[in-house]
Design a protein around this ligand. Sequence first.
Ligand code: HEC
Ligand code: HEC
Length: 211
Amino acid sequence: MSLVRINITASVILILLSSTPAFGDDDADDIKQRIGKGDPVAGKTKSALCQSCHGEDGNSTISSFPKIAGQYAAYIQKQIKDFKAGTRQDPLMTDIALTVTNDQDLFDISAYFASQKQMKGAKAVITKAGQRRFESGNGCQTCHGIKGKGLAPDSPFAPVIGGQHKDYLIKQITDFRNNARTNESTGMMGLISDLMSDEQIEEIATYESGL
Ligand code: HEC
Ligand code: HEC
């Protein structure tokens, strides 16, 4: 698949989403839209187990545990469902996801993490090459939004990745490239990562994790 083809496919997806890249925010209205129908207050209690790895407010301190603070509730729900169905696999998360058997619990838990301020990098480490790739015509921000903070609060198509742990970003992009992670429904992440060298993955993860 050529870059041109990916460019066209990305544009078509965007037209279907009829969204423009926007800057995610933490104002009350944005938070309300990204939490969906769950109850974040109930979710705080229900998510005690999750907090032990992902951090009390979803900002984990260990880089192999992704930050989920301010992530779209709908994206969190999709990942839990994918882990349960086996379409995404991880030695730790697969078993844990299977413990979430009640839909309302999943809505509440994901609403709690989505209600937190969006994840943020500890410090901005801007690699020019990473930034260029992120912002280029068919770049990551087309789907992941400006600074990787999502397209719009009511548009959970692609996850928040700006401010995520660098090591986790590298692992996910590499997993997409190796077909170890295939749960992205359009197949675009697989195609995009196929074109990336280890060095390019490192550059972009350095850039994104600092946002
Ligand atoms: C023992 C540690 C641990 C616990 C407890 C845990 N997780 Fe995870 N979680 C992980 C790891 C490790 C990953 C990353 C898997 C990978 O590398 O693909 C992950 C990934 C995720 C992801 C995917 C994030 C993304 O950006 O794609 C979500 C969502 C998630 N966990 C939610 C939860 C929820 C909800 C709970 C509680 C029901 C929970 N986790 C409990 C370790 C844990
Ligand atoms: C055409 C849209 C599109 C483009 C362009 C795109 N992505 Fe994605 N990306 C997605 C979608 C959709 C997902 C979520 C997959 C899922 O549901 O599991 C994703 C997931 C990811 C993840 C996993 C996040 C997590 O929390 O586990 C990373 C990392 C990522 N993309 C990085 C990138 C990078 C880097 C680029 C640019 C080189 C890029 N993406 C370009 C659509 C896109």
